[in-house]
Design a protein around this ligand. Structure first.
Ligand code: HEM
Length: 380
């Protein structure tokens, strides 16, 4: 076997769950020297660290260059989260169902009835982009720049010359932050019926400061779009890999909610996210020193046989409400209902259009934290 963890190799990404199994079994706290980070892979450890977040910080990690609610701690995090969370409740988000269905219909309408279909570029990437553009009220003039940040942050396509270096990521994010500030300024002067206008209205209502609205708006580019793209892409591939599960879903559409949770458990779009230790941490006798950076590997935890029976089988009837793909505790994903709404519109439409599709071509991005395709085409 090559290096146990090598996030820059396709071999690692092609066999990632086998590697996680070795880590969980033999090195539940594994130091990946190439990234200077300790990987925590057992379900109980990851969940405990998410639940009792004392002793860890979300900020001051390798991800802190990303201005995001998820990389903010303490009072600032609490204030922003408390103010915005009602806007993302299941009931509020459910009102967007007609919009998401319209977008899905429009995207599938342009596809051929059969043949090789670039499902990734023609639908999977487009749906979250178009949906979040409309939900946020992002001006058409700025959409391309907004969407460009995803590829840089998600990791490189192994077949392209595109170089997703940390320096490029920082520059892309700086440019993006300037763009967001400009859009927020426009919304302050010309509010509309959209989420960013609601967000700036919280400034005049005295609930949030402009720094706080900016922190939240800044993370929406990649937190809301690229993660959901990966749920749709990874789920598309899983249904082809496990055709008997796909057939069961076609025959039992009421199993859709469970199928989406199983997609999230099986192949989480965010494989792992970092924390900075503010005290020593003992994992099964290995003491990780105060100040070190750890990665909570949700994806490895989601395949832990101590927690899930037969974890590497994809089972849409599995009771798995406790998977960690959306995090847990203080920082649990705020956009979870948006992502589920999109998935619930997309998968039934995919299956009615192409019930027997097979994967024609697929290639993982080389990412240090995300799991998503650089290419995914189907034969239908
Ligand atoms: C399938 C799609 C998605 C996945 C897999 C996902 C995953 C996650 C995860 C794992 C976290 C926890 C971060 C941590 O503990 O460090 C998180 C937080 C977050 N997510 Fe999502 N997410 C998705 C979709 C969305 C969408 C559509 C939005 C749109 C608003 C969103 C906004 C956020 C925000 C703002 C946070 C930070 C919450 C906080 O720190 O309090 N996410 N997400």
């Amino acid at each position: 076997m090559n290096a146990l963890v090598d996030v820059l190799s396709s071999d690692y990404h092609d066999n990632i769950y086998e590697r996680y199994a070795v880590l969980r079994e033999n090195h539940p706290a594994y130091f990946d020297a190439s990234r200077n980070i300790w990987m925590i892979t057992r379900y109980e450890d990851v969940r405990r660290l998410l639940r009792h977040s004392e002793g860890t910080l979300n900020g001051e990690t390798g991800h802190s260059y990303i201005p995001s609610l998820a990389t903010t701690d303490g009072d600032l995090h609490n204030t922003v989260r408390k103010a915005i969370i009602p806007e993302f409740s299941r009931g509020v988000i459910a009102q967007l169902e007609p919009l998401v269905n319209d977008i899905v219909e429009g995207l599938f309408a342009s596809l051929p009835a059969s043949g090789t279909i670039d499902i990734y570029n023609d639908v999977v990437r487009m749906l979250p982009q178009q949906f979040m553009t409309r939900f946020l009220g992002f001006p058409a003039s700025a959409v391309d720049q907004w969407h460009d940040i995803g590829n840089i942050l998600m990791g490189a396509d192994p077949l392209s010359n595109e170089n997703a270096t940390p320096e490029l990521a920082v520059k892309t994010l700086d440019d993006f932050a300037a763009l967001i500030d400009q859009v927020l300024e426009e919304k302050r002067h010309q509010p509309d019926d959209d989420h960013l206008s609601w967000l700036v209205s919280q400034e005049s209502a005295g609930v949030l400061t402009s720094e706080e609205t900016s922190i939240f708006a800044n993370c929406l580019g990649f937190a809301s779009v690229d993660t959901t793209i990966n749920l749709l892409g990874n789920g598309t591939a899983l249904l082809a890999r496990f055709p008997e599960q796909r057939q069961k879903l076609i025959e039992n559409p009421q199993m859709l909610d469970g199928a989406i949770e199983e997609m999230l458990r099986f192949d989480p779009p965010a494989q792992g996210l970092p924390r900075r230790l503010t005290q020593d941490l003992d994992i099964d006798g290995t003491v990780i020193p105060n100040g070190a950076e750890i990665s909570l590997v949700f994806a490895a935890a989601n395949h832990d046989p101590q927690h899930y029976s037969d974890p590497d089988s994809f089972d849409i009837e599995r009771p798995n409400k406790d998977h960690l793909a959306l995090g847990f505790g203080l920082h649990k994903c705020i956009g979870q209902h948006l992502a589920r709404l999109e998935a619930k519109a997309y998968f039934p439409r995919l299956l009615s259009a192409y019930p027997d599709y097979e994967i024609a071509e697929s290639r993982w991005r080389l990412s240090h934290w995300a799991r998503g395709y650089a290419a995914l085409t189907i034969n239908a």
